[in-house]
Write a protein that binds this ligand. Structure first.
Ligand code: URA
Ligand code: CA
Length: 414
């Protein structure tokens, strides 16, 4: 049997691990030959002492090879976009239909909410009836038919990551750049796209606290992708406030629709245009500025909006949300002073909304799609006294009041 302690000792002493050693460690754990306790020293050693880029590549490949890989060669060129998580980040639901209109194909596998960040799958399911768990052959067919498809991640892709991620979560070993890079890239490489756009956010609403750490993470992911012969483009973005104005699955989906209707020109709009333009530009080998012109056009003439409707219908989702407007909130929080918005505690806003039942904590939890909050300002905006700063949509007035009291502390007005 594999001697994990010996491998951990090598990492500690900076002695290079072979590909075979890394594969054996990951395989033994994934196949339950060794227990959590037996495997943990390996992850802990990487967390404490780090490994080289080459070793990190082997670790990623071992995680990738633990499961299935999607074969998308029938689709020729396919682009994947991954955002590293944030608050009010609904770019996927905006970008996929835009790219689909411009014949840049995307087969987008998305996850559930994680910690303080909402999940694209949960947002998609706020279209009543929307099936996120379609099988991959059907998804490929939908990409052929519509140019894009959004569904949930498959259990068969990178199962080693699922186990290792759960172990890291349980033992407090999440926030290590190498472990994050291998976790994300093992899943990205399993998805079969030839072009990967990585949207790495940093700031008080992201996993990476500052630009420096975001750059290191981005570089590691890019290098892994290039070892694997993929075209990888990095986009760094600041997240010191919610990206859009809404936080909560259904509210965010409604905002995505408004962006595609051309009614919202917030940071969410600008980020989506930027990312979609990069995807199209790389896929079609055209200058960014030309791609951007095309992207703006399919928003303006509503082709992207209609594409999203088609995509939602094809996955049995109701189109009711396309005609709905925001409802009256349970509670309105007003500013008790006049001034300018200085900062948001973005992560805390994400946590508060997650605790309103919008993120699954246990496997059997049900999600409350309707709960969440709306904001009305971005950093630098002026606020009048008694002007609404938060709308709260909650299951009860008691919940709304509790949330309101916490939210008041998440915005600084001076
Ligand atoms: N997202 C992932 O998929 N993995 C990590 O380790 C962190 C964020
Ligand atoms: Ca996400």
């Amino acid at each position: 049997m594999i001697d994990i302690n010996k491998i951990a000792e090598k990492i500690k002493n900076k002695i290079s691990l072979t590909k075979a050693e890394i594969y054996e460690a990951v395989d033994s754990y994934t196949k339950n030959i060794i227990s959590d306790e037996q495997f943990l020293p390996f992850i802990k050693a990487i967390y404490d002492y780090n490994i080289s880029d080459k070793e990190l590549y082997y670790l990623t490949m071992a995680m990738l090879d633990s499961g299935e890989k999607l074969n998308l060669t029938n689709l020729k060129s396919v682009v994947d976009k991954h955002s590293t998580g944030g608050v009010s980040d609904t770019t996927t639901i905006i970008i996929v239909p835009i790219c689909a209109c411009l014949n840049t194909k995307m087969l987008k596998l998305s996850g559930r909410g994680l910690g303080f960040t909402g999940g694209t799958c949960d947002k998609l399911e706020s279209f009543k009836g929307y099936k996120t768990d379609i099988d991959i052959q059907q998804a490929i067919q939908l990409v052929q038919q519509n140019g894009g498809c959004m569904l949930t991640t498959s259990k068969e892709l990178a199962p080693a990551d699922k186990k290792i991620y759960a172990l890291r979560n349980k033992t407090g070993l999440v926030d290590n750049i190498s472990l994050i890079a291998s976790s994300i890239m093992s899943k990205k490489l399993a998805c079969g796209a030839n072009i990967i756009v990585l949207d790495v956010k940093y700031g008080n609403g992201a996993f990476m606290p500052n630009k420096k750490s975001a750059k290191i993470l981005a570089k590691k992911m890019k290098r892994i992708g290039e070892y694997a012969n993929k075209k990888v483009k990095i986009v760094l973005g600041k997240m010191n406030q919610p990206l859009g104005y809404n936080v909560g699955p259904k509210l965010e989906t409604m905002e995505a629709i408004k962006v595609l209707k051309g009614e919202e020109k917030s940071n969410l709009y600008h980020d989506s245009v930027r990312l979609a333009s990069i995807c199209v530009s790389l896929d079609k080998h055209i200058p960014y500025i030309v791609a951007k012109h095309k992207v703006k056009k399919v928003i303006k003439n509503k082709t992207a909006l209609n594409k999203l409707k088609t995509m939602v219908s094809c996955q049995k989702g109701s189109l009711d949300l396309f005609d709905e407007d925001y409802k009256t909130p349970t509670l309105i929080i007003k500013s008790n002073k006049k001034g300018k918005v200085i900062s948001f505690n973005t992560k805390e806003i994400g946590n508060i909304v997650a605790k309103m039942g919008t993120v699954k904590i246990e496997e059997n939890d049900t999600i409350n799609y309707d709960n969440g909050i709306r904001t009305f300002h971005k950093i630098g905006d002026k606020v009048k006294i008694n002007e609404p700063i938060f709308y709260i949509y909650a299951s009860s007035t008691q919940m709304a009041e509790e949330v309101g009291n916490k939210l008041k502390k998440c915005i600084e007005i001076k």
